[in-house]
Write a protein that binds this ligand. Structure first.
Ligand SMILES: NC(=O)C1=CN([C@@H]2O[C@H](COP(=O)(O)OP(=O)(O)OC[C@H]3O[C@@H](n4cnc5c(N)ncnc54)[C@H](O)[C@@H]3O)[C@@H](O)[C@H]2O)C=CC1
Ligand SMILES: CC(=O)[C@H](N)C(=O)O
Length: 373
């Protein structure tokens, strides 16, 4: 009966305020159903108290992908170079290795994750390791390991050591039965990729750990992210990055999605700023653990048209990849991010024209905006 009563509190969200003032027990710990090495009975008791004035000690997992190095740069500017540790299982290029602390961290190795968190006194963790939508379908079993088992390790370490945890979700967490135009924060989510399934699992597990253990879990559903100085890692939205490289190199691009495929997209600096802003947001401003964020939505044809305003000779052709096309058609065309805007003041800076000008400028394309009659 006691258990049922407490469970009702958790389900209704009424245990939340108690959890924040007294983190120890939301539910009796013997009701834990997680695996053997996870969340010892003294979960959250290992942490030393870190004064609010002290900058966080940050770990980024999967930091050598498209987004991690940019995030490290942003966080190092804010919190100091030595307070931000980049990690991955890949070997860092020299310029990354010399730009600040880097460690090897395989998220499938629970013990070594704990060691890193303890030895470096980590208080914030940005968990970026993942296999993205297209590569995930090419290797489902590895995607399951990295995106689900790896997540479990990260959640448990974060809960045990009282670490504030950010894990990105994605437009890929929606599926063909979700509303597509726009997709709200809360709706049916039945994705058909292992990537999407693992990200719905992430959202739910993070929220569960928040209510169950008081874990400070924060999550944003990123659109497709467009970056100039880093390559995408094997997703469905990769074309929107590759098109700029192609425009700079030879003025033509073969697109693997159909001309009219509309997807939500965002420039990387907006994405990383949103990530920092939601991590810094006072807890009382967050009414949810997972928020949509949005900036722009376009089709390949619209992107090509925007490019042609600067490079009139640019040409796009289409050779559709059926796997990526099917994935794209199951994703939202537009995200509704009104809750992020209302709760913690999210606002994007880059729309399509600014994105195109910035990307072409980075790639050194001599651009000229076409004269409009
Ligand atoms: N780039 C995008 O457009 C979007 C990204 N996201 C999310 O943002 C996060 C970062 O994305 P990207 O940088 O684009 O991904 P990415 O695919 O470029 O990089 C992922 C990194 O994870 C690492 N990794 C793989 N297995 C690992 C393991 N066992 N242990 C530690 N690291 C491992 C890889 O070496 C790689 O450097 C991911 O969680 C992704 O789902 C969400 C939506 C859009
Ligand atoms: C939108 C994403 O999550 C990623 N870029 C992908 O296309 O898989």
């Amino acid at each position: 009966m006691l258990f049922l009563g407490m469970l009702k509190q958790v389900v209704n969200g009424t245990a939340q305020s108690k959890a924040s003032s007294c983190r120890k027990l939301v539910l009796p710990l013997q009701f834990l159903g997680t695996s053997q090495h996870r969340i010892p009975a003294d979960a959250n008791f290992h942490s030393t108290s870190i004064s609010e004035a002290e900058p966080p000690r940050v770990l980024i997992t999967g930091g050598l992908g498209q987004l991690g190095v940019g995030l490290a740069n942003l966080l190092r500017k804010r919190f100091g170079k030595d307070n931000v540790i980049l990690s991955d299982i890949r070997k860092p290029p020299a310029h990354v290795f010399h730009s600040g602390p880097f460690v090897y961290a395989n998220i499938l190795d629970y013990k070594s994750l704990r060691e890193i968190v303890v030895n470096h006194r980590i208080s914030w963790l940005f968990h970026y390791s993942a296999l993205l939508s297209a590569v995930g379908e090419a290797n489902v079993s590895l995607a399951r390991d990295v995106n689900i088992t790896g997540l479990h390790n990260v959640l448990d370490v974060a809960a045990e050591y009282n670490v504030r945890l950010f894990v990105p979700s994605t437009i890929g967490a929606f599926g063909p039965t979700s509303p597509r135009n726009p997709a709200p924060d809360l709706c049916i989510q039945r994705p058909r990729t292992i990537y999407g399934v693992s990200k719905v699992h992430t959202e739910l597990m993070g929220e569960y750990y928040y209510y169950r253990y008081g874990l400070d879990f924060r999550c944003l559903r990123y659109p497709g992210i467009i970056s100039a100085d880093s390559q995408p890692g094997g997703g469905t939205t990769d074309y929107a990055v590759q098109i700029f490289h192609a425009a700079a190199k030879n003025g033509t691009f073969e697109c693997n999605l159909e001309a009219g495929t509309r997807l939500p997209m965002m420039y990387i600096s907006d994405c990383l700023r949103a990530t920092l802003e939601v991590m810094e947001a006072p807890a009382e401003r967050l009414s949810m653990r997972t928020y949509n964020i949005s900036a722009m939505s376009f089709t390949p044809e619209e992107l090509a048209q925007a490019l042609r305003k600067h490079a009139p000779d640019f040409q796009i052709t289409y050779c559709v990849d059926p796997l990526r096309q099917a994935i794209a058609e199951s994703w939202p065309m537009i995200l509704d991010d009104s809750n992020a805007r209302k709760d913690w003041g999210w606002k994007h800076d880059f729309d399509l024209p600014e994105l195109v000008a910035t990307m072409l400028n980075f790639h050194g394309v001599s651009t000229r905006v076409a004269q409009v009659n």
